[in-house]
Design a protein around this ligand. Structure first.
Ligand SMILES: CC(C)(COP(=O)(O)OP(=O)(O)OC[C@H]1O[C@@H](n2cnc3c(N)ncnc32)[C@H](O)[C@@H]1OP(=O)(O)O)[C@@H](O)C(=O)NCCC(=O)NCCS
Length: 169
């Protein structure tokens, strides 16, 4: 099966926080940001495998800073590693200073998508080739995140988690 470079999966979306997107404090509602991240992550996963993809799990989300109404928000998603049918996607979220245009990272998240056939069953995806230092670091750490996610989901016995064991030995 053809391989694909991580950079080829890069997917970017720019949004403006409208009043309807905010909570009672006038900041972006977390659930809205989760939906934005889900959509852009699905585009990155689709670019990797060119098949229908579904969200299998949200592995990590951190809301580091509130995002104010009228902010310009950019979401950047890239596949960090592919396995047999699943892909880990990391989404970095930036807010743009309205005066200087400088970007500040305010959130990140890690989602897992699975490529499925017409019956909804998992199918094989291409191998991902990381190139930059960050892509290689994220690739190398992805297996232990997958094992942790599977343990938390009750789909893996901790005794089988080879990468996590290595971490604690
Ligand atoms: C995701 C889905 C296709 C997995 O199907 P399944 O029959 O459980 O298949 P498997 O258990 O073989 O899992 C398929 C892959 O997903 C991975 N996976 C499943 N759950 C996971 C989790 N919680 N975290 C990380 N990876 C997970 C498996 O490790 C496997 O990866 P691999 O093939 O790369 O080794 C199926 O559970 C599904 O359709 N879920 C609903 C998806 C959906 O509707 N999403 C929108 C939410 S509203």
């Amino acid at each position: 099966m053809k391989t694909r470079k991580a950079i080829d999966t890069l997917s970017i979306a720019t949004k403006v926080v409208l009043p309807n997107d905010t909570n009672t404090l006038g900041n972006l509602f977390g659930g809205e940001l989760l939906a934005w991240m889900d959509v852009i992550a699905s585009v990155a996963a689709h670019r990797h495998c060119r098949r229908v993809v579904v969200t299998a799990s949200v592995n990590h989300v951190s809301f580091k800073k509130p995002i104010k109404q009228a902010s310009i928000v950019t979401l950047e998603a890239k596949v960090s590693r592919s396995f047999y049918s699943s892909m880990e996607i990391i989404i970095d979220v930036f807010v743009e200073d309205q005066v200087t245009g400088a970007r500040e990272k305010c959130n990140d998240a890690i989602y897992t998508f699975v490529a499925v056939d017409q019956h909804g069953g998992p199918i094989q995806v291409p191998e991902l080739i990381p190139e930059s230092k960050e892509e290689i670091e994220r690739f190398n750490a992805a297996l232990r995140r997958k094992q942790l996610s599977l343990i938390l989901a009750g789909k893996m016995d901790p005794s089988e988690a080879s990468e996590l064991k290595r971490l604690f030995k």
